[in-house]
Each structure stands twice: as C-alpha cells, then as structure tokens.
Design a protein around this ligand. Structure first.
Ligand code: SF4
Ligand code: SF4
Length: 132
C-alpha cells in the first residue's frame, strides 16, 4: 500500500513521540524491555495502553527501545505523521520516499540530518520487528 509510514535512523535517541500524538489509529509503538512488549498509547506518555505486540527477538535486538516502530499492518497511510511540522528530526517518511542513498532519490524532508544515507533497511525492520 502506498504511503505507509516508516521511522528511520534519525529517531534513534530522540524518540520525542510527537508522531504518536498525531496518529489517529495508535499504530506507532514503543518497546518495553522489561515486559518484552511493543506497546502503543492513546496519547504519548499517558500510560494508557492502546495495543500491544510481541517483538521478534532478533529484530528488536538491533535497536531496542532507542526508536519507535510503526506497525505497517495497522498504518492507514493517513499521512499525518510525516507532515514536515511533526517530527523534529525528519525521521519519518512515506514508504516510497525513504532515502536509498542515491542522488536521484527524492528526499521527503530536506532538514533530515541523515538525508542521502540508505534508510531502506528500516522498511524491512518495520515489517520484521512485530512478531505477532
Ligand atoms: S516524531 Fe520523529 S523523533 Fe519523535 S518519536 Fe516520532 S519518529 Fe521519533
Ligand atoms: S501514516 Fe497515519 S496511520 Fe500511519 S503511522 Fe502515520 S499517523 Fe499513523
């Protein structure tokens, strides 16, 4: 499906959850290492859990809780989270605009400090990290 949201490298260590607050379907997840659970909240930081999934152990081991993950089976491609004024570091792209490192690739957010890097790894990671 076109327009699925992909969170990439620039979120690592930032994770301010601004995207969580604009997502209408709570499909953006954070990893709780103690509970070994991916969880989404009704509002960022509210503590009210909307949904949970079990992570794939190999995939969650790569970045753990250092960034957030969009569940691509639940994302409705509404586009809200990758509007330019949402993510402070330009970490979210629609799937078809994730930079692959080639000069011809259209960059979604010119402010992305990581533009030009190959972020396509994060497309597969988004699919793999949800174990159920
Ligand atoms: S808004 Fe950007 S930096 Fe903040 S949690 Fe979402 S993807 Fe990460
Ligand atoms: S595109 Fe819409 S539904 Fe998908 S993660 Fe972003 S805000 Fe949520």
């Amino acid at each position: 499906m076109a327009g699925l949201a992909i969170i990439t490298e620039a979120c690592i260590g930032v994770k301010d959850r601004a995207c969580v607050d604009v997502c209408p379907v709570q499909c953006i997840y954070e990893f709780d290492a103690q509970k070994n659970t991916l969880f989404s909240e009704d509002e960022a930081g509210s503590g009210v859990i909307e949904n949970t999934h079990t992570p794939n152990p190999d995939s969650i081991a790569i970045f753990g809780n250092t960034l957030l993950y969009v569940n691509l089976d639940e994302c409705t491609s509404c586009t809200a989270c990758y509007q330019p004024d949402v993510c402070p570091v330009g970490a979210i792209y629609s799937e078809e605009h994730v930079p692959n490192g080639s000069a011809s690739t259209a960059k979604y957010n010119s402010e992305d400090p990581n533009k030009g890097h190959d972020h396509t790894f994060f497309i597969q990671l988004s699919r793999d990290v949800f174990g159920d």
